[in-house]
Unconditional design. Structure first.
Length: 141
């Protein structure tokens, strides 16, 4: 997934702690669901959520969600590269989450890679594991 120092920094950034409740939207292969389950422990809860808008596309919504992940696309492209490159414009994610009633609390650049040209599919060996990624922390007002 990530090297240990980045993983620790992302968990610290998230402010998730023992007993917390976490919603993993678009859980992909469930890496973050498992990570946060360990963090919140038996006193907390982690819910993986696949929105109904995408659940009907395939019988395997989790597999489909891998095409809508948090790899950054070029600014201004919105979701147009979600299917072809497995990338999404971070601004689009922010707009959609804010439209759902949440407020951006912070963002982290721990996963950023300014050298990613945003033009290759994230599974391409030339960029795989080194894509420009983003992390937002939202709060419910």
């Amino acid at each position: 997934m990530y090297d240990q120092s980045k993983l620790v920094e992302l968990i610290r950034f998230s402010r998730v702690d023992v007993g917390a409740t976490v919603v993993d939207v678009y859980p992909g292969d469930g890496d973050w669901t498992r990570v946060f389950s360990d963090v919140v422990g038996t006193e907390g809860r982690v819910y993986s959520f696949v929105p109904a808008e995408v659940a009907h596309f395939k019988n395997d919504p989790v597999g489909l969600i891998r095409k809508l992940a948090d790899h950054a696309a070029a600014a201004g492209v919105g979701t147009s590269n979600a299917q072809s490159l497995h990338r999404i414009d971070p601004a689009t994610v922010r707009e959609e989450v804010e439209a759902a009633g949440f407020v951006l609390d912070a963002e982290s650049n721990v996963l950023a890679n300014k050298d990613d040209p945003h033009s290759s599919k994230v599974f391409d060996p030339s960029i795989k594991g080194e894509t420009d990624r983003f992390a937002y922390r939202f709060v419910k007002p």
